[in-house]
Design a protein around this ligand. Structure first.
Ligand SMILES: *Cc1c(COP(=O)(O)O)cnc(C)c1O
Length: 404
């Protein structure tokens, strides 16, 4: 009889956002006249910008003509997009990344979940705590994380790097040496960043210990301050220790369009085995390429018109971030994030747990946020609000919170 992969059964409880969804639905049913404002889930709300829409229309028309029809895309992505990425995201910042080191995909969630497949099961992973849940859960599914302890909410074989107010939400080098290190800056959920000098320490550490860093730069477009690295390849030596994940979801509103990419430099090797070759082999076997139409839309992100329009879109969300940040501060909350990321991270008041504060906010202000505990044990006592709503809703939500 068929056997299942029982690593899947080890995953505890229900998924964070489905728990939130159920609570919100129950509240709405009990209070049908209340208008709920959602600042919980990290999904964009603004429409695609005109440069992207034009590019989509053109590509659709090409698919309808025998001369320009396209079948399967190259597994690693079309040259036009890989070149636009290499030039726009890397060469323009003085980083030595070439088009053939870029693997186009349908998003960074898939890549961040799948990338662990090219690494052995006996690797020790290190994650920030709190953390984007995909990194840990995909390793649980693979069977790399040991046993789960419900009391501490920790996996026995995972190295947790606490990120709290004490260390300004920046992880410290772990005492126990990891093999795979997941880093995400600007960070989801805390909205924190680290400086180039701090990231350089991680790169030096990985090169010294033989670890690989998986660097998630999904929020790179939201960086507003100087001296915050936009890519790990700004650091010297990153080509021999780092994989970078990128997404078009947050910088260009592609959450429903789907496009992302992973960078694996050719020098990134374990012994004499190239990780670039392993990922190319994996991609070629299990993935048939992002759609032509969508890759053309991605190319438009790097056009002059696209860049100008997207700068405005990011500014719109970051204005919301400012409204949330300043409003909460005025209301007496302890807040961080929101300057280089569309996430505001606040300390729950009066020792409330993060789920207590979730219920409190839903009931008293009809505002939905995300409890910090859902992102890891060190997220307890914190709460995440996102800047991805409309300006009007954001202003209204903050007014309500101030008036509690
Ligand atoms: C939103 C997000 C992504 C992007 O995922 P896509 O699959 O490209 O939509 C990746 N990493 C983090 C941390 C995110 O918050």
């Amino acid at each position: 009889m068929v056997k299942i992969n029982d690593n899947f059964l080890k995953l505890p409880g229900s998924y964070l956002f489905s728990t939130i969804g159920k609570k919100v639905a129950a509240f709405q049913e009990a209070n049908p006249d209340k208008k709920i404002i959602r600042l919980g889930i990290g999904d964009v709300t603004q429409p695609l910008v005109p440069a992207i829409i034009q590019s989509l229309h053109k590509a659709v028309d090409e698919m309808g003509s025998a001369e320009t029809f396209k079948g399967y895309a190259p597994d690693l992505g079309y040259e036009f997009l890989r070149t636009a990425i290499a030039d726009g995201d890397y060469k323009a910042r003085g980083c030595d990344i070439n088009a053939d080191e870029i693997f186009v995909s349908d998003g960074a969630k898939c890549d961040s979940g799948n990338i662990q497949e090219i690494f052995g099961l006996d690797n020790k992973i290190a994650v920030c705590d709190p953390v984007y849940p995909v990194y840990v859960d995909s390793n649980v599914m693979a069977g790399r994380t040991g046993t789960y302890d419900a009391a501490s909410e920790k996996w026995s074989d995972v190295i947790y790097m606490p990120c709290t107010m004490k260390n300004n939400f920046a992880p410290e080098l772990p005492k126990e040496t990891p093999d795979l290190i997941y880093l995400c800056f600007p960070n989801n959920p805390t909205g924190s960043t680290i400086t180039k000098a701090q990231l350089q320490e991680w790169v030096d550490y990985a090169n010294k210990t033989g670890a690989v860093i998986i660097y998630d730069a999904a929020y790179e477009a939201y960086i507003s301050e100087e001296n915050i690295p936009h890519t790990i390849y700004e650091c010297e030596g990153a080509r021999t220790c780092a994989i970078e994940l990128r997404s078009f979801s947050k910088n260009a509103g592609f959450t429903g369009v789907r496009l992302g990419f992973t960078v694996i430099p050719k020098e990134l090797k374990v012994g004499d085995v190239s990780l670039h070759s392993l990922w190319a082999r994996r991609h070629g076997t299990k993935y048939n390429g992002a759609p032509y139409i969508i890759q053309r839309a991605g190319e438009a992100v790097y056009s002059e018109a696209g860049k100008a329009q997207l700068k405005e879109q990011v500014a719109y969300y970051m204005n919301n971030a400012k409204v949330i940040f300043n409003g909460l501060k005025e209301a007496g909350y302890t807040v961080s994030g929101g300057v280089n990321a569309p996430y505001i991270w606040l300390k729950t008041p009066e020792q409330m747990t993060s789920w207590e504060f979730f219920d409190f906010l839903l009931e008293k202000a009809n505002v939905v946020g995300t409890p910090g505990a859902g992102f890891g044990p060190s997220g307890e006592g914190y709460f995440r609000l996102t800047a991805f709503g409309s300006f009007e809703n954001t202003v209204a939500a903050i007014e309500r919170i101030k008036n509690i």
